[in-house]
Design a protein around this ligand. Structure first.
Ligand code: GLC
Length: 566
C-alpha cells in the first residue's frame, strides 16, 4: 500500500543523518550475507548474524548510513544468490521472514538504512515463472526471451537465433526441450532472461518492489540494470577483433538499448512514491560516460573508473578528471574501490607489479582517504575496513561457476577470492562460525586481521576508517561539495579541494603522497586566503602543516584531510 510506508519501520529510524538526502551525503556498506557472520553454526553467514554485528556498522564504530545486502532470496545458489527463485521471500539459508523484519528495525534503530539487491534481469530456471513459461502457461507464456532457432545443423542440433555469447562463457542461448525453443541468458543457462518488453513482467517487478518498500526497505541496487532490454528482433552483433568470444562482438543489440531511460523513469516513479528512497544501478560493462548518462535524481549508477586504476597519483588524477567531466549537471556519482565481483583493492593496489609489494595497510588507509573524500556516494565492501585482501581459493573449493570454464577464449578472475568470510576475532575461524568448516575458506592472516584486534589498535586500518568517516560526517563540503584538482603538485601527490558552492567557509583540501619517499608540498591558499590545519589523516597522529599552514611534509603513503583556518 503506497503512502503508508513503514509506519513502524521507518519511524524507527533513530537519529538518522541527512534526511531524504542520505543517498547523496551518506556512506553505504555492502554486506555479502553468506560471508558476514554465521549465527547458527551451519558455516554460512545469515541475517541474525548480521543483526548481532550491527554495532560494528553503527555510531560507536564505523558509523555508516546504509547497508546494502547482496541477494538474500531463495536461490539454488548456482550464481550464489544472483539466480533467484522467489524475489519476494527470504532464503531459509539466511533465516526467516521475521529475521529480515527484525534486521530492518534494528538497523533503523541505529540510524542505518537498508538497501536490497534486486536481480530483475533474469531469474533462476527453477523460478515458477520460468517453469510456467516453458510450458506456455498463461500469463507467463512470453515472460522470457524465447526464440525459434535458425534451423538444424549438420549434427542434427537446433541452431541458436543469433551468435550472442554469454558473459559467463559459451553461447547466450540454450534450447529448452519442453518448449521447443531457445531462451536467452547473458549469464548462466540456469539464469534465463526476462522479457521486459512484456508489460506484465514490469508490473510484476513493480509489485515486488512495493512489497519490499512496504516492509521498510530504503533503496535498491539494480543488478545489471542496463541489460534489462535487448533489441526486440535480437539482431546479430557486428563482429570486431578481440581476444575472447565476448570481445569479438560489438555489443550493439544485447544490452544498453535506447528504451532503457524511459523504463528506468517508470521504475523510479514507482520507488519515488515512497519518500526518502533511492536506487543504484549496476552498470554492466560500461564506461564512466555511459554511467553518467543513465544517472538521474535519486538513481545512482555505479561508475568503475576508480576501480580500474593502479596505485599512482597520475592514474587517480586522470580518473577523477574523467569522472568530473562525465558527471555534470547535477548528476551525482558513486565512489567504489571493491565489490563482490572484483579483486579487493587493498591487495590489488598494494601489488602494482608482480614481485613489487607496498605496505598493504598503508595503501588501504590512503585508498580509504581518497574514497571517502571523492565527489560521490562512497560504497564500502565488507572487510575493506580491515584492509582485507584476496584469498587464494583452490579451484575445487571455488564457489564461482564461471571459474570452472576458464580456457584460452575465456579468461576469468575467480570471484571466490574476494568473497571470503569476515574475520571478527582471533581464534577459530576468526569468530565467523562455530561450524567445523566455513562455507568458504578464510584468509591466512585473520589471527591479526580481524575486527577485535584492529579495534584495539589505534594505528589499524579499521581505526583509520572510523576517523575518516567521522571527518566526512563533520564537514559538509566533503559530503556534497564540488571537487577541484589542485595544480602544481609533485608528480606522485594527488591533491584536490572539496568546497561548498554556497558557503565560503566550508572547504577542505585533500593531499595524498603515493610514493615511498613521501612529499614536501606547498599548499594553495584557502578561499579566504588563509592557511590550513589537519582534520584527520591516514595516521593516528597526522603531520601538521608548517609555515603558517602553507606547507606540509607528508610521509610515505600518507594522506591528510585539511580544513581552512578560521
Ligand atoms: C551482477 C552481479 C554478479 C552476478 C551477475 C549476474 O553482475 O554483481 O555477481 O554474477 O550480476 O546476476
Amino acid at each position: 500500500m503506497i503512502g503508508t510506508r513503514g509506519t513502524q519501520a521507518v519511524s524507527g529510524l533513530v537519529g538518522a543523518r541527512f534526511g531524504d538526502d542520505w543517498w547523496r551525503r551518506g556512506v553505504v556498506y555492502q554486506i555479502y550475507p553468506r560471508s558476514f557472520a554465521d549465527s547458527d553454526g551451519d558455516g554460512t553467514g545469515d541475517l541474525p548474524g548480521i543483526i548481532d554485528h550491527l554495532d560494528h556498522l553503527g555510531r560507536d564504530s564505523l558509523d555508516v548510513d546504509a547497508l546494502w545486502l547482496s541477494p538474500i532470496y531463495p536461490s539454488p545458489g548456482l550464481d550464489i544468490g544472483y539466480d533467484v527463485s522467489d524475489h519476494s521471500a527470504i532464503d531459509p539459508l539466511f533465516g526467516t521472514e521475521a529475521d529480515f523484519d527484525r534486521l530492518v528495525v534494528q538497523a533503523h534503530r541505529r540510524g542505518i538504512r537498508v538497501i536490497l539487491d534486486l536481480v530483475m534481469n533474469h531469474t533462476s530456471d527453477v523460478h515458477p515463472w520460468f517453469q510456467a513459461s516453458r510450458r506456455r502457461e498463461a500469463p507467463y507464456t512470453d515472460w522470457y526471451i524465447w526464440h525459434d532457432g535458425r534451423g538444424i545443423d549438420r549434427r542434427g542440433r537446433p541452431v541458436p537465433p543469433n551468435d550472442w555469447v554469454s558473459w559467463f562463457g559459451g553461447p547466450a542461448w540454450s534450447f529448452d526441450e519442453v518448449r521447443g525453443q531457445f531462451f536467452h541468458h547473458t549469464f548462466l543457462r540456469e539464469q534465463p532472461e526476462l522479457d521486459w518488453r512484456v508489460p506484465a513482467v514490469e508490473a510484476a517487478q513493480v509489485a515486488m518492489i512495493r512489497g519490499w518498500l512496504d516492509r521498510g526497505v530504503d533503496g535498491f541496487r539494480l543488478d545489471t540494470f542496463n541489460v534489462f532490454l535487448k533489441h526486440a528482433d535480437v539482431l546479430q552483433n557486428p563482429r570486431r577483433r578481440g581476444s575472447t568470444a565476448w570481445a569479438r562482438q560489438e555489443h550493439l543489440y544485447d544490452f544498453d538499448q535506447p528504451g532503457l531511460p524511459v523504463l528506468l523513469a517508470r521504475l523510479r516513479a514507482a520507488v519515488d512514491a515512497y519518500p526518502g528512497t533511492m536506487t543504484v544501478g549496476e552498470m554492466f560493462v560500461g564506461t564512466t560516460e555511459a554511467a553518467a548518462a543513465l544517472t538521474t535524481e535519486r538513481h545512482l549508477v555505479f561508475d568503475w573508473e576508480l576501480m580500474t586504476r593502479p596505485w599512482s597519483a597520475p592514474a587517480f588524477r586522470a580518473a577523477i578528471r574523467r569522472r568530473a567531466r562525465a558527471f555534470t549537471d547535477g548528476r551525482w556519482p558513486t565512489a567504489v574501490l571493491s565489490n563482490h565481483d572484483q579483486p579487493r583493492h587493498a591487495s590489488r593496489l598494494a601489488s602494482p607489479v608482480p614481485g613489487r609489494a607496498l605496505d598493504r595497510d598503508a595503501v588501504a588507509r590512503a585508498a580509504a582517504l581518497i574514497l571517502l573524500t571523492q565527489r560521490g556516494t562512497p560504497f564500502l565492501y565488507y572487510g575493506e575496513e580491515l584492509g582485507m585482501g584476496d584469498v587464494v581459493v583452490p579451484l575445487e573449493e571455488s564457489i564461482d561457476p564461471p571459474a570452472a570454464r576458464v580456457g584460452p577464449d575465456f579468461p576469468w578472475w575467480d570471484r571466490s577470492r574476494s568473497r571470503t568470510p569476515m574475520p571478527w576475532s582471533p581464534g577459530t575461524h576468526a569468530g565467523f562460525t562455530t561450524a567445523d568448516r566455513p562455507w568458504l575458506r578464510l584468509g591466512p592472516d585473520t589471527a591479526s586481521r580481524n575486527v577485535a584486534t584492529q579495534s584495539a589498535t589505534p594505528t589499524s586500518v579499521l581505526a583509520a576508517y572510523r576517523r575518516l568517516i567521522a571527518a566526512r560526517h563533520g564537514v559538509r563540503a566533503l559530503q556534497d561539495g564540488d571537487l577541484t584538482l589542485t595544480r602544481g603538485m609533485p608528480a606522485d601527490v594527488l591533491a584536490y579541494r572539496r568546497s561548498s558552492p554556497s558557503d565560503r567557509h566550508d572547504e577542505a583540501l585533500i593531499a595524498v603522497a603515493f610514493g615511498p619517499d613521501g612529499a614536501d608540498i606547498r599548499l594553495p591558499a584557502s578561499r579566504r586566503r588563509g592557511g590550513w590545519h589537519v582534520l584527520a589523516g591516514t595516521e593516528i597522529e597526522p603531520v601538521a602543516p608548517t609555515d603558517g599552514g602553507r606547507r606540509i611534509h607528508l610521509g610515505p603513503l600518507e594522506g591528510v584531510i585539511l580544513v581552512a583556518d578560521r
